[in-house]
Design a protein around this ligand. Structure first.
Ligand SMILES: NC(=O)C1=CN([C@@H]2O[C@H](COP(=O)(O)OP(=O)(O)OC[C@H]3O[C@@H](n4cnc5c(N)ncnc54)[C@H](O)[C@@H]3O)[C@@H](O)[C@H]2O)C=CC1
Ligand SMILES: O=C(O)[C@@H]1CCC=N1
Length: 265
């Protein structure tokens, strides 16, 4: 299978590397469209597969990945419009941009829209994807096999859920880093060094996630295992409840969902 990657940044590189490392795609079968030719290539894709001309990249590919920023898509779309054939699959990772608008601005017909996250870099990503109605089961399986090289994937038939997933799992790693950062700052205020705070918080997240993964208990039940009656955790959680942290998280995720919709309009 031959792949074209249009936009070789965080996500474009992650996809190229995951497909190659998993053995699903050969390095020589990855073609990259970039704004400037790279000076050094520190992976196995042959140098001649990189181009600034989409006409040298798109005809080679069975699957074409759109991995530029949503704001850069209109310019890219102009340069690739009309260059697709009906057998080629277009796989977008762009936040917000709808399948209908990709079809309209590029002339591509078989479109899959996906929302990965940054943990795809280490094979622990979460990707939610949806497909245009003309994509059969066989093609859907091809795409899912590619996506699964980056972690877990979930198919949704309702495209609006891609914007919702963008707000939950796409942006989600940043929320986790934000909460970790807040805990690390608090730990330092209590006298730990930066590196000690990192160890305390990092291992706490790792332990909690693994405990939760292997458990049939829900979040409230797991909290009850930690929070002794009249103890320290109960006191901390009361502060969070009083500050309506749950509602704030919900508000933040709704704002991200709204922004994904704006990016597509
Ligand atoms: N970074 C993340 O965690 C996630 C990003 N995404 C989506 O992935 C897409 C890419 O994001 P990143 O990789 O983080 O951005 P990035 O800025 O790292 O990469 C975008 C690349 O596209 C290139 N580019 C822009 N216009 C181009 C053109 N006309 N022709 C060729 N190359 C062009 C840029 O030079 C850059 O290398 C975005 O649409 C974003 O919504 C989705 C999920 C997670
Ligand atoms: O922040 C963004 O717009 C992109 C989409 C999800 C993660 N990064």
């Amino acid at each position: 299978m031959k792949i074209a990657i249009l936009g070789y940044g965080n996500m474009g590189k992650t996809y190229a590397q995951s497909f190659i490392n998993s053995g699903v795609v050969k390095p020589a079968d990855v073609f990259v469209l970039c704004k400037r030719p790279p000076l050094i290539i520190n992976n196995t894709i042959p140098f001649e597969n990189f181009s600034t001309n989409s006409s040298e990249v798109i005809p080679n590919a069975d699957v074409i990945i759109l991995s530029v920023k949503p704001q850069d898509f209109p310019e890219l779309a102009k340069s690739i419009s009309g260059k697709f054939n009906d057998n080629q699959l277009v796989l977008s990772v762009m936040a917000g941009v709808k399948m209908a608008s990709i079809a309209l601005s590029t002339g591509a017909s078989k479109i899959v829209r996906s929302m990965p996250n940054v943990a795809s870099q280490i094979g622990m990503g979460m990707t939610v994807f949806s497909a245009s109605g003309n994509i059969g089961m066989e093609n859907l399986m091809i795409v899912q096999n590619l996506l699964n090289t980056t972690g877990k994937s979930l198919y949704v038939s309702d495209e609006d859920k891609i914007d919702a997933a963008t707000a939950v799992s796409g942006s989600g790693p940043a929320y986790v880093f934000y909460f970790m950062e807040a805990m690390m700052q608090a730990a330092q205020k209590l006298g730990f060094t930066e590196s000690e705070a990192e160890t305390l918080v990092g291992q706490t997240f790792m332990g909690a996630i693994n405990l939760q993964n292997g458990s049939s208990l829900n979040g409230r039940e797991l909290i009850a295992k930690v929070a002794s009656k009249g103890g320290t955790t109960e006191r901390a959680l009361a502060v969070m409840d009083n500050a309506s942290v749950t509602e704030i998280v919900s508000k933040a995720i709704n704002a991200a969902n709204q922004r994904a919709r704006e990016l597509g309009s």
